[in-house]
Design a protein around this ligand. Sequence first.
Ligand SMILES: Cc1cc2nc3c(=O)[nH]c(=O)nc-3n(C[C@H](O)[C@H](O)[C@H](O)COP(=O)(O)OP(=O)(O)OC[C@H]3O[C@@H](n4cnc5c(N)ncnc54)[C@H](O)[C@@H]3O)c2cc1C
Ligand SMILES: *[C@@H]1O[C@H](CO)[C@@H](O)[C@H](O)[C@H]1NC(C)=O
Ligand SMILES: *[C@@H]1O[C@H](CO)[C@@H](O)[C@H](O)[C@H]1NC(C)=O
Ligand SMILES: CC(=O)N[C@H]1CO[C@H](CO)[C@@H](O)[C@@H]1O
Length: 269
Amino acid sequence: MISINISPTIYILSIFLLLSASLTTSFSIQNNFIKCLSINSHVPIPSTTIFTPNNSSLATILDSRAENLRLTEPSVPKPVLLFTPLNESHVQAAVICSKKLGINIRFRSGGHDFEGLSYVSFIEKPFVVIDLANLRSISVDIKTETAWAQVGATLGEVYYSIAEKSKVHGFPAGFCPSIGVGGHITGGGYGSLLRKYGLAADNVVDALIVDSNGRLLDRKSMGEDLFWAIRGGGGGSFAAILSWKIKLVAVPETVTVFTVTRNQDTKLL
Ligand SMILES: Cc1cc2nc3c(=O)[nH]c(=O)nc-3n(C[C@H](O)[C@H](O)[C@H](O)COP(=O)(O)OP(=O)(O)OC[C@H]3O[C@@H](n4cnc5c(N)ncnc54)[C@H](O)[C@@H]3O)c2cc1C
Ligand SMILES: *[C@@H]1O[C@H](CO)[C@@H](O)[C@H](O)[C@H]1NC(C)=O
Ligand SMILES: *[C@@H]1O[C@H](CO)[C@@H](O)[C@H](O)[C@H]1NC(C)=O
Ligand SMILES: CC(=O)N[C@H]1CO[C@H](CO)[C@@H](O)[C@@H]1O
């Protein structure tokens, strides 16, 4: 029998050293990422867009668009950094830096992912969350019956912007107004206009993306294969989407909405 005696002092000391080593590592990951961002972005990065565990507001902003509350529990892995880009160039820099530094990256648009894939990573650590909520402008052009919607816009904001310009145009997408157009269209997107017009992804005519090399591409420069894949292949799989160009569809000026509730005893005629 071999027995190893470790004195409590050494034991406590080594735990302390281990802990402080891992803290130092995570601080240096953050510092390296922040440094790398500023080197690789063409547009200055305001300090108000970067949140680390040093910022007391990290948890607030992280949880603010986390639709699945079970995934906001303290036991669930947290990002080492959350970045809220204001410009396309910021997203390009984030992709380049996460690749360069070997950090996992999660993109979040509306945060409605049921499994929290946009703000939690169970497999690879450390990870950063790129929250695209600030990229949410929408421009509707009734003449060409199209609109550009940045990914941080919600479905409700898209529907509202269209309705402001026309009472006879709409867009076939999901029911819940707080869903982000970013994640929604990457996975298809079905709603009440499904039967007549198909999925949201069927009604996309162009997109602006950042590919895994940090290049900013549109439909023409990405090519038809990638353009096909991003419309249904699932979020976070092929590229970071920055905005979608959507085709508006015709809707009647007046619609009637009603809910039929029925139970086992209701007779359907
Ligand atoms: C209450 C509720 C109601 C819903 N109703 C409907 C419905 O009526 N019809 C329907 O079809 N679906 C519905 N859904 C499902 C919803 O469409 C999907 O969960 C969708 O992926 C959410 O998009 P998001 O941007 O809000 O989510 P997020 O959580 O931000 O993202 C979802 C996924 O896409 C990735 N992603 C996000 N943004 C980008 C981006 N810019 N580029 C690349 N990848 C990105 C994320 O990393 C994640 O993997 C509903 C979900 C909820 C919670
Ligand atoms: C966070 O705070 C610690 C301790 O004050 C510091 O060493 C570290 O550099 C800070 N991290 C960042 C990213 O500024
Ligand atoms: C990003 O910055 C470029 C260059 O300054 C500018 O042309 C572009 O409009 C900006 N994009 C957004 C979304 O603000
Ligand atoms: C919003 C905010 O205060 N962000 C700061 C969080 O902390 C990092 C590093 O500690 C700063 O660079 C950010 O400016």
